[in-house]
Ligand binder design. Structure first.
Ligand code: RTP
Length: 149
């Protein structure tokens, strides 16, 4: 099953949106296989966002991500990366439709409350960066046969 790395950023945690965001992934049918609350180091965040290092907003992004704890998760399911990003909405909340997490709970790109892997390849890299192998829980979703043919 495909896996995706989903993070609730410091603003999402501080605004009390953790349970609401988790609920949407559970309701859709994805399986939670890892979850922890972390305050990552500067170096960790710079590695996570390495492809954005040249951008004008990069330092602000790192400071924002360091401003409080983050809830880091791995969710598994069919097409979890693209489907997870659909649940989150567009990177810029102004382009996110109501019904998506960002479209319902956020207003601006620099405070967009959540992160989701943009491809299977980035998901596997991000999962390896944020979680040790012993932190991933391999379990059977009891409703599996009700979700998949
Ligand atoms: P994310 O990694 O957080 O899921 O976001 P993304 O793939 O949808 O978008 P990406 O382009 O990788 O940007 C990462 C995060 O950087 C912040 N950002 N700020 N001020 C700006 O113009 C700007 N552009 C991007 C956002 O927090 C975005 O989620």
């Amino acid at each position: 099953m495909e896996r995706t790395f989903i993070a609730i950023k410091p603003d999402g945690v501080a605004r009390g949106l953790v349970a609401k965001i988790i609920k949407r992934f559970e309701q859709r049918g994805y399986k939670l296989v890892a979850l922890k609350m972390v305050k990552p180091s500067d170096a960790h965040l710079r590695e996570h966002y390495a492809d954005l290092a040249g951008k004008g907003f990069f330092n602000g992004l790192i400071e924002y991500m360091k401003s409080g704890p983050i809830v880091a998760m791995v969710w598994a399911g069919e097409n979890a990366c693209a489907g997870g990003r659909m649940l989150l909405g567009e990177t810029n909340p102004q382009s996110s439709l109501p019904g998506s997490i960002r479209g319902d709970y956020s207003l601006t790109i620099g405070r967009n409350i959540c992160h989701g892997s943009d491809s299977v390849e980035s998901a596997e890299k991000e999962i390896a960066l944020w979680f040790g192998k012993d932190e991933i829980c391999d379990w059977e979703l009891p409703v599996h046969s009700l979700l998949y043919e």
